[in-house]
Design a protein around this ligand. Sequence first.
Ligand SMILES: Cc1cc2nc3c(=O)[nH]c(=O)nc-3n(C[C@H](O)[C@H](O)[C@H](O)COP(=O)(O)OP(=O)(O)OC[C@H]3O[C@@H](n4cnc5c(N)ncnc54)[C@H](O)[C@@H]3O)c2cc1C
Length: 429
Amino acid sequence: MSRITRRDFLKLAGATGTAAALGTFGLSARAAQGKGPRVVVIGGGFGGATCAKYLRGGDAGIAVTLVEPNLKFITCPFSNYVIGGFRTMQSITHGYDALRKKHGVNVVHDTVTAIDPAAKKVKLKSGKTLDYDRLVVSPGIDFKWDVIKGYDEKAAQVMPHAWKAGPQTVLLRKKLEAMKNGGTFILVAPPNPFRCPPGPYERASMVAHYLKQHKPKSKVLILDAKDSFSKQGLFMEGWKKLYGDMIEWVPGAKGGIVKAVNTKTMTVEGELDKYKGDVVNVIPPQSAGQIALKAGLADDKGWCPVDPKTFESKMHPGIHVIGDSSIAGTLPKSGFAANSEAKIAAAAIVAMLKGETVADASYVNTCYSLIAPNYGISVAGVYRITEKGIADVPGAGGVSPKEASEGFREDEAKYAVGWYASITADVWG
Ligand SMILES: Cc1cc2nc3c(=O)[nH]c(=O)nc-3n(C[C@H](O)[C@H](O)[C@H](O)COP(=O)(O)OP(=O)(O)OC[C@H]3O[C@@H](n4cnc5c(N)ncnc54)[C@H](O)[C@@H]3O)c2cc1C
C-alpha cells in the first residue's frame, strides 16, 4: 500500500464527491505544515490503541492522535486472576511508549468532553480542541447506575463492580482477603448485552479457587439477571469437579434478578428473596461509554449502531465506533473482538482517506476462561457480513469439548497465557 501524501490527500479532498467524506476543515493550513489527513482516536484500550497503531501501519502519512486519560492501561482480561491471587496488577498494566516511539502515534493524556461532528472537532478536558478528518471512538462501557436501586458510584466503594480494571480490582481482592471463613460472596451478574459474556462466571471460579485454599467453608452465590450464560455447560462441569457445591447459580427465572441493594446491611434484594453477603460484587447493567452517549452516537438502548464494513457510525458520518460501545452483530463485547474490529476499521479508514474501495473483511474472536489456574476452557468464532449484519460463519467456531482430559484443560490454560501475551503485544507493543 503506498503512503498517502499531502498532494494525494488534497487532490482527493478537492475532488467532487469526496470532499465531504474526507473533511476539508483546515486542510490548507495543515498542508502548509506538510501534514497528511488527521485521525483522532478516543480511548487507548483494546479497540482504540489497536486502531491508532494499525492506522499508522496502514499509512504513515496519516497523523494519528490518541486521547486517553490514563498514563497506563490496566486490562480487564486477566484481572480476574488478580482477584484469584495468582497475577499481579503490574503484570496486567501496559504503557503507551511503543505507540509513541515505534509507531509515531501522538498520545495525548486527556479526556474528550465533547464531540462536534459538524465542525469535526473534539473538545478536551484541558480546554484544548483537536480537529479531525475522521474520528474513531472506542471508550468501552459505562454503567447504568440507576437500574439497581441503591447501586451508584458511592455504593461501588462498598460493593465493588471491578468491571473496569484498576482500583476496583484491588478493592474487591482486599474484601475477599478480609472475608471470614464460612462467609458468603455474592456476585450479581448483569443482563445482556455486557462486556465479556463469560467474565462473571470466570470471576466466580477465581473467587472459589481462592476460597477453596484459604476459606473452604465459604460459599459463592451468583444472582443472575439471565437464564443462561456463555460456556455454561463447561463452567458448571468445572465448578462441580473442582469446587463441589461451593458455587450456586440462581437464574433470572428463579429469582436471580436483583432489584435493589443496601450497602449498610450488605443485603441484595432479588425478586423472591433477600440475600445477605459478606462480600458483594455487583456488576451493573451497561451501556456504551459516556462520551458516545453524549455525542449522540448511541441508539435508545444505549449502544452505537455502525456500518459493519467500516464501523462508521449510522448516527454521524465521519465517526467510527469500535469495541464494546458498538453494536457489531453477533460479535461479543471482548478485547479480542475490539482488536479485530479496530484493524478492520483502520483498513477501511485508510482506504476511505485515499478514495479507494473498502475491502470485505472477516472478523474473529476467541475467549479463554480459567476455572482454576491450570484448568482452561475457550470459545472461538469467525464472523462475516450477511444481510443481517455481522454474523457467525456456521461451523467455523465452537467451544472446548465437555469431559475433556486434565491435560486438555491444562493446555487450554497455557494457551490463555499465550493469548494474553500476544494480544497485549499487538495492542500496546
Ligand atoms: C473481568 C473481565 C475479564 C475480561 N476478560 C477478557 C478476556 O479474557 N478476553 C477478552 O477478549 N476480553 C475480555 N474482557 C473484555 C475486554 O476488557 C473489553 O471487551 C475490551 O476492553 C473492550 O475494548 P474497548 O476498546 O471497547 O474498551 P477499553 O479497552 O475499556 O478501552 C476504553 C478506553 O477509553 C478510555 N476513555 C473512555 N472515555 C474516554 C474519553 N471521554 N476520552 C478519552 N478516553 C476515554 C478509557 O480510559 C479506556 O482506556 C474482560 C472484561 C472484564 C470486565
